[in-house]
Design a protein around this ligand. Structure first.
Ligand SMILES: [Fe+2]
Ligand SMILES: [Fe+2]
Length: 473
């Protein structure tokens, strides 16, 4: 592009040359229009300022990036998204229908071949001294005086009790992990009034599953918890990220592959989300907070597809499943989906979930902590459910349980705890994304150690995952 200026007899100062190496035509045209025979660095800076009502510069790479060469291949699985389909009134009937739906669908996932015949809890009394398998929901769990674990269980037909002896070390350890409302498979001997448990299984995903690779050599970028409007929003890190996507940083080849950007909730900080939040806000109008998101989308390369799902700070109902952000909030042309949602990108099945249930999971399951969010995601996969503890966080009892993971995801993207994490578990990428918000006083009190300014990238062809840190210069 420099040649274009030289052809016109316009000379450029040495310190301005690097800025113009990969300049787009609009910048060159702007410089020509000022009709100066000699262009200084200041002229270039001023031209960029005039052209960009934005912070990113208008310089574009000379070559078209890979992501610009491919049309988007993205399909939202609408039957797994509550948006536009919420029918509940919160009545007793709705709760019964919700649990019935959950139990029936989960039972199918648990119905793998068993060495013992499967019985219902109504028939179990007829199987005294026999070994059986039962698929059941755990509605109560407690320790006995003898040091065993007693489970009160039910299915669609009846109720019963099961005991896990401390002597059966493997099962006892598993029983410690059982959550109230877990739907599990147990095997054991019927010794009325109990089933003496031999083994316990969660639905989980198959032990061996290949990672899904796409044909096209593109990339997905994963972020969450931007918290626009917060006093603690990390503008510098965010600008670096935007510049990087515009191929103005390191690893431009990888940046040029980024065709999809997935945002897993907490787009804005919101208003009235926690006590005295006003003092943490620079923008107190939620619509203005979302305007910043629209501005951000405008700054992205035009070939990128943005998929956005809400979180507990967003302006949708607080209870899950959450419908997509509506058009009065987010006006830009992005794919708005519910929380949770399933989106197939380049043939790779993504489940996007904000992660509100992480808090109750961490406080209930032994061994989980805020430092390893990927381990919580592993529990979601093991239980094939995104909010296993009913009542642990707000849930709307829809007639279909949208939080159930019926099909195995290739990617499970979760945010909320502001901490990056990653685990490849039985062919599924468990991707936990961090934040663009600095640690708040509220988080300090809660003991959170976030990892701000770090994003996740998955290359679709090789299925390689990495993170990029935007905290440095
Ligand atoms: Fe957040
Ligand atoms: Fe959150």
């Amino acid at each position: 592009m420099l040649e274009k200026l030289r052809e016109r007899g316009i000379r450029v100062s040495l310190d301005a040359e690097p800025l113009l190496q990969n300049a787009g035509e609009n910048l060159i045209d702007e410089l020509v229009s000022i009709r100066k025979p000699f262009i200084s660095r200041q002229d270039v800076d001023e031209a960029i300022a005039r052209l960009g009502a934005r912070k990113v510069e208008v310089i574009r790479s000379r070559e078209r990036p890979a992501a610009a060469e491919h049309p988007p291949d993205l399909k939202v699985v609408h039957q797994l998204d509550v948006t536009g389909k919420s029918r509940t009134t919160g009545s007793v009937d709705d709760f019964v229908a919700y649990f019935r739906n959950r139990f029936q669908r989960m039972s199918k996932l648990l119905n793998s071949p068993s060495k013992y015949p499967t019985t219902t809890l109504a028939d179990v009394k007829r199987e005294v001294n026999q070994n059986v398998r039962a698929i059941c929901l755990v509605y109560e769990k407690r320790d006995t005086k003898a040091g065993s674990i007693l489970l009160e269980i039910e299915d669609m037909h009846g109720q019963f009790k099961a005991v896990v002896s401390r002597k059966n070390e493997k099962s006892y350890e598993k029983a410690r992990q059982i959550l109230k409302d877990d739907i599990i498979s147990i095997t054991g001997k019927v010794l009325e009034p109990f089933i003496i448990v031999e083994d316990i299984e969660w639905p989980d995903v198959p032990l061996i599953r290949e990672e899904k690779c796409a044909e096209n050599d593109l990339a997905c970028a994963y972020i969450s918890d931007i918290h626009f409007g917060s006093r603690h929003f990390l503008e510098k890190q965010f600008d670096r990220f935007v510049n990087w996507l515009n191929m103005k940083g390191n690893e431009t080849e990888l940046a040029g592959k980024v065709k999809y950007l997935i945002v897993a909730g907490d787009v804005v900080d919101g208003v009235g989300i926690y006590p005295n939040q006003e003092k943490d806000l620079t923008i107190k109008d939620v619509y203005k907070q979302y305007e910043l998101f629209d501005n951000f989308v405008e700054m992205l390369p035009d070939y990128m597809e943005v998929i956005v799902s809400p979180g507990n700070h967003d302006a949708v109902r607080r209870a899950e499943p959450m419908p997509a952000l509506d058009d009065t909030l987010v006006k830009s042309d992005v794919v708005k989906v519910g929380n949770p949602s399933t989106v197939v990108i380049e043939g790779i099945r993504h489940v996007i979930y904000h992660g509100t249930s992480m808090d109750s999971m961490i406080s209930s399951v032994p061994g989980l902590s805020y430092n390893n969010p990927e381990k919580v995601s592993r529990e979601y996969i093991k239980r094939r459910h995104l909010s296993p503890i009913y009542g642990g966080n707000l849930i709307v009892p829809e007639r279909v349980d949208y939080l159930l993971l019926e099909d195995e995801p290739d990617v499970l993207h979760v945010g909320h705890v502001h901490k990056n994490g990653y685990l490849q578990y039985r062919g599924t990428h468990l991707i936990n994304t961090g934040t663009f918000q600095d640690r708040t006083d509220f988080q300090i009190k809660q003991g959170h150690v976030p990892t701000p300014g770090v994003i996740g990238i998955l290359e679709t062809k090789t299925s390689v995952y990495k993170t990029i840190d935007f905290n440095g210069e």
